[in-house]
Design a protein around this ligand. Structure first.
Ligand code: ATP
Ligand code: MG
Length: 578
């Protein structure tokens, strides 16, 4: 006997008489069998959030319980596919839309994959969840390591031999005293549950982004979590895309949450054509995308973030380094607020449900570096964009997210307005990972990496102080040394921190290049300061010098060019005239 719809409130449906309802289990709603999930049970009434458009749904229509939680289907074919918030493939190039209640398979059921079993997988092997049974080349760049589902264990009775298979073919038979399981090449995983791993491990490896201000001043550790708060149009999406393109992890998961439909489609079209700077192949080959735009149902937006991170965990479990970019988590929080409102819950701050901080915490806790169940090392780095209204960082989503992320990359409206990009503020951004990463970069880049970092940030702080003085009593009161510092700060801002995401020479800056640039700028600073102090060189006329212009354009050079420039600096500074 199905349940019966009693009341419909937007994406939320109140249902009578559902037999043995279980929280977080899915249902099919109405004649059209829309996908829904039980989110609350109040006595006789099950409250359901519906992942598809509910317009047209009527009172008294039936609701059928399906005996499983909301899951994501994980298998070969996930990589390089664009899904909506409930894992229906979106063919954005065709511009097709998915009909209501339409059941599309998340994985291509006809595609044949070439499977190579692991040589140590002999029949009779005692298997634990998460072990690797074999491999499939999923895309040109990604090898899918076919895993025993995390919650399965037993003795291997049969294993597919080398050859071509579709995902629903028999991969293996595994038995234990209570079960005899035939496994296909995929498995389903409940999205709200973090996938298990053996142990967490500490990380001191940086998550390099190729963005100077991030890698040099506010570095993030691989397996860490960062937030990008920024008001309207400050560059969150551009930064997200830049990170997706250049970040040092092997696999990317992008969750587009509540962006405007046409903008998301445009962005995706260009993303699908992007080539991977490291392999020269298509970026999408190692990217999986969940797109839930603002015109799609709000409940699916709520789910999309969990779909995304579950997919990331699946690849982590194969021993990959993975990053998750969620844009924007504020739209996800707004979806929660809307649903909570429909449920008539007592609202917390700004109408958000009181459990919002807990959910934000649980999401970011799914980041980390770990030993997987199969003994490999894998990691998930999570980066979430936050869109505070009016750029006001005191609002709840920004504040709660700050509690659970270690790194803050704050976008500043004034910087964006003056076209200083990336508009990352050096006044409020921070990283709690600098110490661990410094050890690594001292070895990999240069022993004095950390000293240069400190000097750059000190000069930026001193500039702020001096500017306060200038605002109060004017520039004339500054000493020439102080004016020299303002000049260097300008060189740092324009020549080092500014980085054009759309320029071929400058979009990516390696850690080595960033270090070399910092070194050159600081050497110029020292040399100029020396002449100012010893010979009385005046600073104001220097702004017109070609040397200053050349330093601002150092970023267009490669490492050798920067080294050569640095070698010539002493003589060029000596040539500066009074
Ligand atoms: N790193 C960058 N280099 C050059 N231009 C940039 C950069 N970042 C942002 N911009 C400019 O700023 C514009 C707005 O950026 P973006 O769409 O990323 O903002 P947003 O914060 O995602 O906005 P919204 O609040 O609407 O989501 C871009 O179209 C681009 O012109
Ligand atoms: Mg955006």
């Amino acid at each position: 006997m199905p349940g019966i719809i009693k009341r419909i409130a937007g994406p939320v449906v109140f249902v009578y008489g559902l037999k043995k309802p279980k929280k977080n289990y899915i249902v099919e709603v109405g004649e059209e069998k829309l996908l829904g999930e039980i989110i609350q049970i109040r006595g006789d009434v099950s409250i359901i959030q519906v992942y598809e458009e509910t317009s047209g749904l009527g009172i008294k229509e039936p609701v059928y319980a399906i005996d499983k939680p909301l899951t994501v289907r994980l298998g070969p074919g996930v990589m390089s596919t664009v899904y909506d918030g409930i894992q229906r493939p979106l063919d954005l190039l065709e511009g097709s839309f998915i009909g209501k209640g339409e059941k599309t398979s998340p994985l291509d059921l006809k595609k044949k994959w070439f499977f190579i079993p692991e040589s140590n997988m002999t029949l009779g092997t005692k298997l634990q969840g998460g072990e690797i049974l074999g491999r499939i080349q999923e895309t040109e760049t990604v090898e899918n390591r076919i895993l025993v589902p995390p919650n399965v264990h037993g003795e291997l009775k049969e294993l597919a031999s080398e050859g071509k298979y579709v995902v629903s073919d028999n991969l293996a038979r595994i038995t234990n005293p209570s079960q005899d399981l035939e496994l296909p090449f995929y498995h389903d995983w409940p999205v709200r549950e973090p996938r298990p791993f053996k142990s967490r491990i500490l990380s001191n490896k940086p998550f390099l982004t190729g963005q100077r201000i991030l890698d040099f001043l506010y570095p993030l550790v691989e397996g860490g979590s960062a937030m990008i708060p920024g008001g309207f149009g400050t560059g969150k999406t551009v930064l997200n895309r830049t990170l997706a393109k250049f970040a040092s992890t092997q696999i990317m998961q992008m969750t587009l949450c509540g962006e405007r439909g046409n903008e998301a489609a445009d962005a995706l079209h260009s993303f699908l054509k992007l080539t991977d700077p490291t392999t020269g192949r298509l970026m999408i080959d190692r990217t999986s995308i969940i797109a839930n735009t603002s015109n799609m149902p709000v409940a699916a937006r709520e789910a999309s973030i969990y779909m995304g991170v579950s997919i990331a965990e699946y690849y982590r479990d194969m021993g990959y380094t993975v990053s998750v970019m969620a844009d924007s988590t504020s739209r996800w929080a707004e979806a929660l607020r809307e649903i909570s409102g429909r449920l008539g819950e007592i609202p917390g701050e700004e109408g958000f449900p009181s459990y919002l901080p807990k959910l934000i915490g649980q999401f970011y806790e799914r980041s980390g570096r770990c030993i997987t169940l199969s003994g490999l090392e894998g990691s998930i780095t999570i980066i979430g964009a936050v869109s505070p209204q009016g750029g006001d960082f005191s609002e709840p989503v920004t504040q709660y997210t700050m509690r659970f992320t270690t790194t803050l990359w704050a976008l500043d409206t004034d910087l964006a307005r003056s076209r200083h990009f990336p508009a990352i503020s050096w006044r409020i951004s921070y990283s709690q990972n600098v110490r661990e990463i410094a050890e690594y970069l001292k070895k990999e880049v240069a022993p004095d990496w950390h000293e240069y970092r400190t000097r750059i940030s000190t000069i930026l702080q001193e500039e702020e102080e001096l500017e306060r003085i200038v605002r109060l009593i004017g520039k004339d009161t500054l000493s020439e040394t102080q004016k020299g510092l303002l000049l260097t700060a300008e060189l740092i801002r324009e020549g080092f921190l500014q980085q054009n995401a759309f320029s071929d020479e400058d979009a990516f800056s390696s850690a080595q290049k960033s270090y070399r640039m910092a070194k050159a700028i600081l050497l110029a600073h020292e040399l100029i300061e020396e002449r100012v102090q010893k010979e009385g060189l005046l600073v104001d006329p220097l702004y017109e010098e070609q040397l200053i212009e050349d330093i601002k354009r150092l970023k267009e050079l490669n490492i050798d060019g920067i080294k050569e420039f640095t070698d010539q600096l002493p003589s060029r500074v000596k040539e500066l005239k009074f």
